[in-house]
Each structure stands twice: as C-alpha cells, then as structure tokens.
Design a protein around this ligand. Sequence first.
Ligand SMILES: Cc1cc2nc3c(=O)[nH]c(=O)nc-3n(C[C@H](O)[C@H](O)[C@H](O)COP(=O)(O)O)c2cc1C
Length: 348
Amino acid sequence: MSRFQIGPYELPNRLFVAPMAGVTDRPFRQLCRRLGAGYAVSEMVTSRKELWHTLKTSRRADHTGEAAPIAVQIAGTDPAMMAEATAYNIDRGAQIIDINMGCPAKKVCNVFAGSALMRNEPLALAIVEAVVAQAAPRGVPVTLKMRTGWCDTERNALTLARAAEGAGIAMLTVHGRTREQGYKGAAEYDTIAAVKAAVRVPVVANGDIDSPAKAQAVLAHTQADALMIGRAAQGRPWIFREIAHYLATGELLPPPPTREVKQWLVEHLHEHYALYGEYLGVRTARKHIGWAVRALPGGEAFRAVMNTLDSIDAQVAAVATFFDTLADTHRLLPQGLAANDDLLALEA
Ligand SMILES: Cc1cc2nc3c(=O)[nH]c(=O)nc-3n(C[C@H](O)[C@H](O)[C@H](O)COP(=O)(O)O)c2cc1C
C-alpha cells in the first residue's frame, strides 16, 4: 500500500495497529511496526490530572526509542480537561493527539468517556474544538476515533464526522460497531463507507479485520484510506506484513518460520520486562504468550503451565522450549488461527 500522510508525518503504509488498553504498550507497538504496521496509536491516557503521576500513566506516556510520529490517545468528558491533557502530552513528546470516542468499557473509559460521548453531540464537538485549539498552534494534528453510533437507532457517525471535520480533525477512524454492541456481533462497513464518502479528511476503517482477504474486502467496500487492526494482531503481529504483501501482490505469504516467531516473542518479552520489571512484567506477559500459542498444537496445555511460572528466566525458558520443540516438527508456524470470538473469550 502506498504511503500515507497525517499532518506533516508521512507513514510507510496504511495499516495501523488499533489502540488497545493493556495490550498496545510501547514494546507491542514497536513489534507491530517492525512486522509491517505503518502506524501505532498508544494506549489511552486519561484526562484526569490526579492520575497523571501514577506509574500506569507514566508507563503509557513512555515513548523511549519509539519511531515518529508519537500518537497519544486521550479520553475524557470535560473540554477544558481534555485541552489540558493535550498540552500535557504534547509537552511529553506527543506529535499527534487522538481523541477516543470509540471505547465502550466503563472500567477503561470512565463513566461517560469514550463512545458514550457520541450520544452527546454538542459535548463531543466542544471536546474536539478544545483539543484542536490547544494542539493546532503547536503544529500537532488531532485525530478522532469513534464507533458508528450509540446504538442501532442512533447511528450518528456521519453527523459527528462532518462536525469534527469542520472543527479541524485531521483523520477519522471508525470502528464498525455501535457502543451498545460492545464487541459482539459483526462489524458493519456501510456506515464507514458513508463517512468516507461524506468527508475529505482521511478515513480509517476498523473492526474484525483478521486476514489479508478481509482487509481487501473492507478496503473495497468502504474505499477507506487506511485500515486499523486490533485483536487479530494479538499473538500474530506479522499480520500487518501479510496484509501489506497481499494488497501489493495478490499473493499470500507463507506462515513465518517457527524459529523466527520464537525469536520475535522472546525479544518482545525482554522489552516487556524492561518496561514493567520482573514482578508485573512476568504476569502481564502471560496474555501475550497465551495469544501467541493459543492456536498452536499443545498451546492450551502450555498456557496452563506457563501461567504458574513467576520469574523471567523460567518464563523465557519455557517459551523457548515450547517453540524449539514445535520447530522440530513444524519448520513453518502451523496455521489454524483462532477467530475473533476466541480472542474475546480470552479477554473475558
Ligand atoms: C483489549 C482491548 C482494549 C481496547 N482499548 C481501546 C482504547 O484504549 N482506545 C480505543 O479507542 N479503543 C480501544 N479498543 C478498541 C480497538 O481499538 C478496536 O477499535 C476494536 O478492537 C475493533 O477492532 P478489531 O476488530 O480489529 O479488534 C480496545 C479493544 C480491545 C480488544
């Protein structure tokens, strides 16, 4: 896919990693970029000032070694606080600010933040205006991520998209589900196509893209400028280069060599421990390892054992042995990828 521009930043391609709280930390974003993603938005940072000093927020705001542009997502319900969060993150290196109106979870988004904002159009617009007013004079583009609407009867993505464009948004991402749907049901792409047809700013299509063929179908249906992939990249970050290759050539890449997958995972784990330390790092790495092995022969049994290990050495050694053993019989990674439903079951 050809290059793509957000504000002054040129991206190597049009395949983006979706922001996923608790997943797309810096090590995972860097891994996805290395394996073909052209752009990665960081996990959401709250606009609640009292939380900015917490370790969790400061880890999220740690962009050491990350390639430009550094895109930080913010969430909140108060325009003035969102403006402050914008300034705070720009001061700490954010080069693009993404406003989250796409997240359905209360525990993640706080009571009325995220996609709930789509229900209150004047407030949503006031937030966009406040963030743009803060970011534009500093040359920082503002992007917006939203769902198709609040519920089936209130599918207002189009209205909001037009208003946000008028307020100076540089790019719009639409996840093809309503807030009410959460992650259930299938994403629909008609609303994304309608938004794309209605605005001039680039539109990114998101939701249920889990294969090169699906990527091509979503592009064709929506005419979107770029694609954003979330859950399908969990445990399979090379999906970006698989999609890029397919879109460029019409051919599917063979699965990656098992030993290469091991290498990527072990390197990812070391980056992960470096950010979180041993105690938290080993525990939070379990989900990444679980995603990586879930569809592999012996993966479930391995996961159960791996979850009982609590040191870096033991965890890395177990992962290395699992993949080395698999590589003895499977030079290329065995296929049989779980569907998104399985991914959701894992998240629950
Ligand atoms: C674990 C998890 C965390 C998420 N966190 C965020 C978030 O912080 N901000 C956001 O805008 N969307 C968040 N999302 C939504 C994703 O960015 C994306 O819109 C959604 O998963 C649909 O894309 P997919 O089908 O490719 O996964 C999250 C999704 C998941 C599964």
